[in-house]
Design a protein around this ligand. Sequence first.
Ligand SMILES: [Zn+2]
Length: 253
Amino acid sequence: MLRFKVINSFGILYFTAVVILIYTHHISAWWLVLGGLLWVGMLAWGAFDIRLNIFVKAISSKRNERQKRIAITFDDGPTLFTPMVLELLSKYNAKATFFCIGNQVQQYPSILQQTLAEGHLIGNHTQTHTTRMGFLSADEVYQEIILAEQTIQNTTGIRPMWYRPPFGVTNPKIAKALSKTDYKIAGWNIRSLDTVIEKEQRIFERIKHKIKPGAIILLHDTTERSVQALELLLIELTKQGYEMVTLDELLNH
Ligand SMILES: [Zn+2]
């Protein structure tokens, strides 16, 4: 919320100054339009880029990490692709974090239980992952979070401590809902675009260029190509001597 307030304070100062200058120095009123566009633009950018921390304080990487450790995260499962992901993670001795959708958990409870049993970390990714998430009221967002929490807890006996906003979208209502919880909020600093890019090789290349200690990689356990890209990534990380750890391990929580 902090940066949101800073941006708004700057905006108010700017508009006050421009209005005064319009009256005293007859500057162009276009400065008001320009400022307005910038203000809206910055907030819109902040709503879609969780790394900016404009509305919520999300952890997008571990800064100044000295050890070759990296966190791979998977969103939107569990699905029928999750067992393949688990098999690869086990083959390459990797641990990961899964941000699960409550509805998916209800469909595949045993896959979630297996994920946990294999030493991975489970996070909350709302109950329905509705595409209307950015338009919900604070109460509705809160319900989404709590319902998913109960679903995960009923299935595994464990209450998730991490939350990742669907689509990485944040706004003042989502921030308000989260402020009523004690969730740690996870972002990412390597976005694979695996739901958009069709070739696994290209998904992998996109990640490969950005590999660095302390990074948080975003993938989805929802498609065949993500599974294939994961194997390429695990081979590369192993070759480079990386340890693949959960978010808790990476951040020493
Ligand atoms: Zn998602």
